[in-house]
Design a protein around this ligand. Sequence first.
Ligand SMILES: [Zn+2]
Length: 289
Amino acid sequence: MKVKFWGTRGSVAVTGKNHCKYGGNTPCIEISNDEEIIILDAGTGIRELGIELLKKKNHKKISLYFSHFHTDHIVGLPFFLPFYNNEFEIDIFGKPYVYNSIEEIIDLILKPPLFAITKDEFKAKINFHNIDVDYIHEENGLKVQAINLNHPNPTIGYKIELQGKSVVYFTDNELIQNNHTSHNLKDLITENHPELIKFCTNADILIHDSSYFMDDYNKRIGWGHSSNYATAMFAHLANVKNLYLFHYEPTYSDDKIDELLSDTIEYLNQLNSSVNCFASADFLEVELE
Ligand SMILES: [Zn+2]
């Protein structure tokens, strides 16, 4: 089972000499083996994934799951080339918001004046699935489950289990919605998130929103994102094996993300945690065996 990060930046895509190491594409993750492919979100990272999929003989049937529909998670959608190729069948999953269906939300993105063409140009077979937080799908050794996260507009997290391994994707999740310090996090998260902790317990990989350092978070309360310490404490309480920091604040340079990683590892060490912590980066591939 492979996890590949195609986009790891939050809010808006960035580029330039300060963003070479971690990249600047907005969220998109591939989870796959030889038969199955699941894509999480359609940020700008999905464009290059689409080019890659056109070159392959397998993965003609794709499942695309949306966490929510803020622009950083959908902006790559019109540039995903498999949509325009009749060899592909694409199942699109998400929880509708305001509009009644996922199809209506996709229509909203793919029409003038936001984009030149509509989804009538798609050649692939597209199936739309309106799901909610009780969603569970099981087939051929693959299991996908959904759960509610904490964000200004409804956002759902996913757990994907394949070949006996589990990956949890919690982007745009604000664990503690008030000013906090590293000292009261354990109680706050334990009290507020028993269900999220249970959902993630013993996961092989947790990919979690870690948009800000603690100090920066405290200036952005209610924006729907987590501090690196809240994320680390949550991963520790859920006893996950590997934590990947994700959805970086756009102004953070490569050096700043290096610091974010070392600061988070230092905090986990203070907790005597067994969680391994990594910084996700565009095009990073992780094999789970
Ligand atoms: Zn986002």
